[in-house]
Ligand binder design. Sequence first.
Ligand SMILES: Cc1cc2nc3c(=O)[nH]c(=O)nc-3n(C[C@H](O)[C@H](O)[C@H](O)COP(=O)(O)OP(=O)(O)OC[C@H]3O[C@@H](n4cnc5c(N)ncnc54)[C@H](O)[C@@H]3O)c2cc1C
Length: 216
Amino acid sequence: MLNFHLTQEQFDIQKKAREFAIKEVLPVAWYYDEKDEIPLEIIRKAFQAGFVGADIPKKYGGKGLGLIESAIITEEIASACSGLVTSIFDSSLGMEPLLLSKNEAAKQKYLTKIAEDNKLAAFATSEPTMGSDVAGIRCQAAQDAEDYILNGTKYWITNGGVADYMSVFATVDPKSRHKGICAFFIEPSWPGVSIGRHIPKMGQRCPNTVGVNFMD
Ligand SMILES: Cc1cc2nc3c(=O)[nH]c(=O)nc-3n(C[C@H](O)[C@H](O)[C@H](O)COP(=O)(O)OP(=O)(O)OC[C@H]3O[C@@H](n4cnc5c(N)ncnc54)[C@H](O)[C@@H]3O)c2cc1C
């Protein structure tokens, strides 16, 4: 029979995350919202408390927790501020395409840095002309020997101005719609990547949100 009850370990994680939310997030939520400022200090504290990258497998330096545990942590911290939680856990989304990939060398190189050095990964799907309609992606990936050359623009990218890495979705064949889409794990410091200015928002103001341009 299916058991939907939390285990003792999950209850302990929930208690720890709730305490963190009340002590570290709730008192400063107004500040980051009012100042429209990315909460890097709180991201660092969440990392030190073992919440960030908790779902990274142990072989890449993570805690190896599951999606249920990650959801519990996210839910507790979101109850204190939905803006801060977006910024704190954006890396989970950003690293997911890499976690699902079979590229062991890239996983060893990047996941360990996210798990051990608090490096941040952003997730870039949306563009100025498409959000929900992901099959309409216009950012192009052209194969060049063993490389792919990206050209296009991403928009509304959470933590994009501070992220060390980024999962970028692009199409190798726009006519194939969703079947032409591939994900690329890149470093924003590479040549040809430029980050736009912070886009102000009406709500969830503190996560840094930017446009990102790729030129060759
Ligand atoms: C705070 C914030 C952070 C974000 N962070 C990121 C990020 O980190 N990375 C990233 O890639 N994107 C990010 N986004 C973008 C977000 O994913 C898009 O805004 C979202 O996908 C919706 O796309 P859109 O804004 O173009 O709206 P649209 O796709 O134009 O949708 C507008 C409305 O039309 C409805 N609609 C759309 N298509 C259909 C349909 N076929 N049938 C019926 N109704 C439909 C939608 O439900 C919605 O109500 C962020 C956005 C915000 C506001």
